[in-house]
Design a protein around this ligand. Structure first.
Ligand SMILES: Cc1ncc(C[n+]2csc(CCOP(=O)(O)OP(=O)(O)O)c2C)c(N)n1
Ligand SMILES: [Mg+2]
Length: 583
């Protein structure tokens, strides 16, 4: 019988990525646990394999071969103590920064610590033997397959990045005897680029978008470089408030991306350049490639499309390309901006809720103030609308916890006491962190809006799984009724006794009245708390209204198909429908 590659998918992915990264030299030691890997590569003429029974010797042979050839060299051995004998050679390679890849073989990782024969624990490598250590396990789903490739890429990149050095892959095996796979899967190679000598061309990309996650204040140089880049390459900047982008090419995708019966008419980008940190939203571009630019040079593949990581300052990346080409083309950004403007101008009557409050207050926030936006439904609501470009925005989007939003706002307000600092939080978010308001450093420049709906309204929004529980979701999952259950006095007393000016509203009219005071651009003599009472049904209706402002026939068809499939095949089917319609 002719043998090809093992049917183990994760092992195929490893082999395909070794080839993609040009790793052909292998030192093989005998055993049973690495048979799927070794039996596969020995029939592939790409690989140049040498045998060494003694694993300690194998590792030293590998480093010698790497040193003289200038190529990375991989090691493969079986389970048990075989891999332990790599330690001296890997240690030597570590201190000489030589690219040696140890591929150790393992039985099912759940067997570790259960006295299975020849199963040892490799989860904690010594501090000075490898730059990166990953476990590569069997794949059973698309997500497993993606994670498997990402982890392998991480280890392979570590061989040469930052001056290079050894890396480790702990490869699980099922001991399959089936070597009938004739063709390796297509894999996504991720390339690490540091320094501007190896910058790729942008010519092949028709539409380029820059996706900005939560981002610190932009330096003047970065702003200039991005504006010039966008003009030259006709790019759009996808951003939300926490991105802090203040230029001319911005587009906030939250409104259009969440529209249930609408398909965007502006063309999708084929390249998305991702900067900043964690992003609360996705680009929804279904891009061919994503590039990440960050001095940390790390793989962060949150759209599963990452092909290149640029280990450099954002400003250096954009300046490099902006210096290559000049232009002032803003058609692409304009298309997205116009599409957004058209839809937002059609917002219908909204109930009194976070969305209405955000729509109203976003126009009233004084120029040059600072805004802290908390998470949950508050962030969802505010990100539908734009705020003045003179307002900086902060958000704990690194982790999106409800635990320290008020404290973070206080910290921001201490840094610039002569600027007004506004914050917007929900009731659970407020009560979690309410003690911080008693901090005696709080200044008169702080103004906090609390939207008190007596529950984690997030969980009552019609799209949230908890909303399907109805009333039975309230006591535990949505945490309704805590903290005085919308008491009209509790926060008032606390705020006033601490020396805050207290404002409140329960209707649109009352809100408009109190908002005038709340947004007065003068520095008043006390900090302010503005408590607004809404209810969860209105919160949900507000989001529903925003998600249904406009429709297209393709969007309606998508919605119909999704609902039908959900009724028949459940959530898994819905994911498939979403994929089909994104193409
Ligand atoms: C520390 C932490 N615990 C739990 C959560 C999960 N969580 C997300 S939103 C939310 C409810 C927030 O309620 P609230 O502040 O009242 O805002 P609303 O959704 O009502 O607008 C919770 C508990 C979280 N994000 N952070
Ligand atoms: Mg709430």
């Amino acid at each position: 019988m002719e043998r090809h590659y093992t049917v183990e998918k994760h092992t195929q992915i490893l082999i395909a990525l070794l080839k993609a990264h040009g790793i052909r030299k292998i030192i093989a030691s005998p055993g049973a646990t690495n048979v799927c890997f070794l039996g596969s590569i020995q029939q592939d003429p790409f690989f140049e394999i040498y045998s060494s029974v003694d694993e300690r010797s194998a590792a030293f042979i590998a480093l010698g071969l790497a040193a003289e050839s200038g190529e990375p060299v991989a090691l493969t051995c079986t389970g048990s103590t075989a891999s332990r004998n790599y330690i001296p050679g890997l240690t030597e390679a570590y201190y000489r920064k030589l690219p040696v890849l140890a591929i150790t073989a393992s039985q099912h990782l759940g067997r570790v610590g259960n006295n299975y024969g020849q199963v040892i624990d490799r989860s904690s490598p010594l501090a000075d033997i490898v730059n990166e250590s990953v476990a590569v396990d069997c794949v059973y789903s698309e997500e497993d397959e993606w994670a498997c490739a990402v982890n392998i890429n991480k280890a392979l990149i570590a061989l040469t990045k930052d001056g290079g050095g050894p890396a480790h892959i702990n490869l699980v095996t099922t001991y399959s005897r089936d070597f009938s796979c004739e063709k390796l899967p297509d894999v996504k190679k991720i390339t690490h680029i540091s320094g501007i000598r190896n910058m790729p061309s942008l010519d092949e990309y028709k539409h380029i978008a820059i996706l900005v996650g939560v981002h610190r204040k932009w330096s003047k140089n970065l702003s200039m470089a991005v504006e010039e880049f966008c003009g030259a390459y006709n790019a759009v900047v996808i951003m939300n408030h926490a991105s802090n982008y203040k230029g001319d090419y911005g587009y906030n995708p939250d409104l259009i991306n969440n529209m249930k019966q609408y398909t965007a008419t502006s063309p999708l980008a084929d390249l998305v350049i991702y900067i900043g940190s964690v992003s609360r939203y996705g680009s929804n571009m279904n891009e061919r490639e994503m590039w990440r630019v960050n001095p940390d040079g790390k793989i962060r593949d949150n759209e599963k499309k990452l092909t290149r990581v640029f280990a450099m300052e954002e400003v250096d990346f954009f300046r490099y390309y902006a210096d290559l080409k000049k232009g002032k083309n803003n058609n692409y950004a304009k298309q997205w901006q116009t599409e957004y403007e058209q839809i937002i101008s059609e917002v219908s009557e909204l109930p009194f809720c976070n969305v209405w409050i955000a729509m109203t207050l976003s126009k009233l926030l004084p120029e040059n103030s600072v805004f802290h936006l908390s998470g949950s439904n508050t962030a969802r609501a505010w990100n539908f609308f734009s705020i003045s470009k003179t307002i900086e925005c902060y958000s704990n989007d690194g982790t999106m916890g409800i635990d320290g939003q008020v404290s973070a706002l206080i910290g921001e307000s201490l840094a610039t006491p002569d600027r007004l600092h506004f914050g917007a939080v929900g009731d659970l978010t407020f009560f979690y962190d309410m003690n911080s308001l008693g901090n005696h450093h709080v200044g008169k420049n702080l103004r906090l809006l609390i939207v008190n709906n007596g529950v984690g309204a997030e969980f009552k929004i019609y799209t949230h799984p908890v909303s399907e529980f109805g009333e039975t979701g309230n006591p535990y999952m949505a945490a309704a009724g805590h903290y005085g259950n919308k008491s009209p006095n509790l926060i008032r007393h606390y705020a006033e006794d601490l020396g805050y000016e207290y404002l409140t509203a329960s209707t649109k009219e009352e809100f408009i009245e109190s908002a005038k005071r709340f947004t007065t651009p003068e520095m008043t003599d006390k900090p302010m708390i503005f408590e607004v009472f809404t209810n969860a049904q209105d919160e949900s209706d507000g989001i529903y209204a925003m998600n249904h402002i406009a429709s297209t026939s393709a969007g309606k068809a998508k919605d119909l198909a999704k609902n039908l499939v959900k009724a028949v095949a459940g959530e898994k089917g819905v994911t498939t429908v979403k994929k089909i319609f994104r193409k």
